[in-house]
Design a protein around this ligand. Structure first.
Ligand SMILES: Nc1ncnc2c1ncn2[C@@H]1O[C@H](COP(=O)(O)OP(=O)(O)O)[C@@H](O)[C@H]1O
Ligand SMILES: [Mg+2]
Length: 243
């Protein structure tokens, strides 16, 4: 998989040489199609395996006693999540534009996230400050939602059982600036260099695709995403989107 340095180098080559641009564009299209096909071909049998395991568990609850059962269920769930994340990573640069209120989108995300914390009896303190007056926004609503949910999910993983997470957003001239801040474990200086690369994860059950998708989606909107972190105060991700 290409990392961000490779992608910058590839973009430079494409700018410098028309033939290289044509070949690289074709290769990227082939690569995109191959990943879609592989994900699709694996997803179908995996969905069947997952459904069968659930039926077995429902009809024979005693299987839960088998010492490898819960690990197997977890592994299958992980593979399903991985395939979903791989598909959204693969499609993250293809946008379906519509005009919508980003203020409303962020408020809905904040409400859903707060509800999910409540439902899980979490002690995490969550606050949001979405400043009105952002105006209409043109972009891919579903993909942007994915960006903010990824950031909130990472913040949740970082703070553990207790901690603070905040989501804030405001319009600054011709940009919308969204910050997701937490007071969690932070990211070390050497890790922060790599967190936006695909498949880079420092979690036991991570896929390493959340931030790479978030970066691709943000950049496809002409925006930027940055992380600042320290082990004392936690982490803040700032997404800037041009209006
Ligand atoms: N808010 C955060 N606090 C601390 N570390 C983070 C945070 N967000 C991301 N990270 C680090 O960046 C890595 C990559 O994140 P991501 O691409 O979402 O993949 P995953 O969550 O599957 O590991 C994580 O494994 C984690 O080490
Ligand atoms: Mg993640």
């Amino acid at each position: 998989m290409l990392n961000n340095i490779d992608i910058n180098q590839m973009n430079r080559l494409m700018e410098e040489n028309k033939d290289a641009k044509q070949i690289i564009t074709q290769l990227l299209e082939n690569h995109h199609t191959s990943v879609s096909m592989i994900a699709h071909e694996i997803r179908n049998p995996l969905t069947l395996v997952s459904s069968s395991l659930q039926i077995i568990e429902a009809q024979h609850p005693e299987v839960k006693e088998f010492h490898n059962w819960s690990q197997t269920m977890e592994d299958v769930r992980f593979m399903c999540d991985l395939l979903n994340e791989l598909s959204s990573f693969n499609n993250s640069s293809t946008l379906h534009h519509s005009v919508f209120s980003i203020e409303k989108l962020l408020k809905n995300i904040a409400v859903s996230f707060a509800i999910s914390l409540d439902a899980a009896d979490s002690h995490i303190e969550f606050s949001s400050k979405i400043i009105p007056g952002m105006g209409d926004f043109t972009g891919d609503k579903i993909k942007l939602e994915e960006v903010f949910l990824n950031l909130l999910q990472n913040a949740k993983d970082a703070v553990g059982a207790e901690g603070r997470i905040s989501l804030s957003a405001e319009r600054r001239n011709d940009t919308i600036v969204i910050c997701c801040q937490d007071n969690g474990c932070g990211i070390s200086e050497d890790q922060i260099e790599t967190i936006f690369d695909p498949f880079v994860t420092y979690k036991e059950n991570g896929t390493g695709l959340g931030l790479s998708s978030a970066k691709r989606i943000t950049e496809a909107h002409g925006g930027t995403i940055q992380a600042e972190s320290s082990s004392e105060s936690g982490t803040v991700f700032t997404v800037t989107l041009p209006v």
